[in-house]
Design a protein around this ligand. Structure first.
Ligand code: SAM
Length: 161
C-alpha cells in the first residue's frame, strides 16, 4: 500500500466507524467526547450527524477550521493526560460515545500513547457506550467490536462497554 492508499483507507474507515457508532448510540443521552480536534473534520462530521447530545472536545491547542471550531464552553483545553482524569470527576461513566484521533506520524509513539491514555478513557464510557479510535487501544473491560463492512481492518477500532 502506498502512503496515499493508507491515508484514504484511514479516512474511509474513520467515517464508516463514526457513522456506525453514532447510529448504534443514537438512543443514548450521555455526552459525546471528541479527543483531538486538529483541523476539526471529524468534529464537523459528528456535529452534522449527532442530535440531542452534548459534544465536548479535548484538545491541547485549538487550531481548527473556523467552520469546525467548538464553542468555548464545550472545549476541555489541555493535555488529555491531565484533562481526562479531571473529567471522570465531572461526568463519571456517562459518555455515550468517545472518538479518539490523537496520533501522529510515529507509529511506535502512537502505540505508547494509546497504552498511556487507555486507562484514562476507560472509566468515562457509559454501559452500552462505544469508543472509536484510529489506534488500537489497551482496555481491560471494553470489548473490541466488529467493524462496519465499509471500514478496513486495522485502520480503525471500535470498543464497547
Ligand atoms: N480528527 C481530527 C480531524 O479530523 O481534523 C484530526 C486530529 S489530529 C490527527 C490530532 C490532534 O490531537 C492534534 O490537534 C493534537 O493537538 C491533539 N493531541 C495530540 N496529543 C494530545 C494530547 N496529549 N492532549 C490533547 N490533545 C492532543
Amino acid at each position: 500500500m502506498t502512503r496515499l492508499d493508507l491515508f484514504i483507507a484511514r479516512m474511509v474507515s474513520q467515517r464508516a466507524c463514526l457513522d456506525h457508532a453514532i447510529a448504534l448510540t443514537a438512543d443514548m443521552t450521555g455526552p459525546v467526547f471528541e479527543l483531538g480536534l486538529g483541523n476539526g473534520r471529524t468534529y464537523h462530521h459528528m456535529m452534522a450527524h449527532i442530535t440531542g447530545r452534548d459534544v465536548y472536545v479535548f484538545e491541547r491547542a485549538i487550531a481548527s477550521h473556523p467552520d469546525s471550531t467548538p464553542p468555548e464552553d464545550r472545549v476541555i483545553l489541555g493535555d488529555v493526560r491531565e484533562t481526562l482524569p479531571a473529567t471522570v470527576a465531572r461526568f463519571g461513566a456517562g459518555a455515550s460515545l468517545i472518538h479518539a484521533d490523537l496520533g501522529g506520524h510515529d507509529a511506535e509513539k502512537n502505540v505508547r500513547f494509546a497504552r498511556e491514555v487507555s486507562p484514562l478513557i476507560e472509566p468515562l464510557l457509559a454501559p452500552g457506550g462505544l469508543m472509536v479510535s484510529s489506534d488500537r487501544m489497551f482496555f481491560d473491560t471494553l470489548v473490541e467490536q466488529d467493524l462496519p463492512t465499509d471500514a478496513i481492518e486495522g485502520r480503525c477500532f471500535i470498543y464497547k462497554r
